[in-house]
Design a binder for this molecule. Structure first.
Ligand SMILES: [Zn+2]
Length: 131
């Protein structure tokens, strides 16, 4: 497997940095969040591919984990590494560090405030608790 980013030389054969290769979400899926994710990934990488004007991922196209913060993708749409953001020639690593810090602080706040699920069930039961 090789990475779809033009200036990235990571392949599954010369894999010294322990990168992983991720497939793009399938275009024919009926799950809208997956289609959404596919579009987000395409928008993020297209200008870094060899043919920015006519590039679309096939079902065999992969991108390596080096383009995700922390060298790993996230399945959480709110996480900064939900989409690839690290590309050759872009000096934005520092910004990304700040981004992930903000995200983690946000997560901590959410945890302290109780999970979203708990909040929902509280609201649901509140009317019965009103005297
Ligand atoms: Zn790559």
């Amino acid at each position: 497997m090789y990475c779809c980013i033009a200036e990235c030389c990571n392949t599954s054969k010369n894999n010294s940095k322990g990168v992983k290769f991720y497939y793009f979400a399938n275009n024919s899926t009926h799950m809208s969040w997956l289609r959404d994710k596919r579009i987000k990934w395409i928008n993020a990488v297209v200008k870094h591919t060899k043919h920015p004007n006519k590039w679309f991922p096939s079902k065999n196209t992969t991108i390596c984990s080096a383009h995700f913060i922390g060298n790993k993708k996230s399945e959480n749409p709110l996480h900064p590494s939900y989409v690839p953001t690290i590309f050759p020639g872009e000096e934005n690593i520092k910004n990304l560090d700040q981004k992930i810090e903000r995200f983690e602080r946000h997560q901590h706040r959410m945890q302290r405030a109780g999970s979203v699920k708990e909040e929902k069930s509280c609201k649901k039961f509140r009317p019965e608790n009103i005297f």
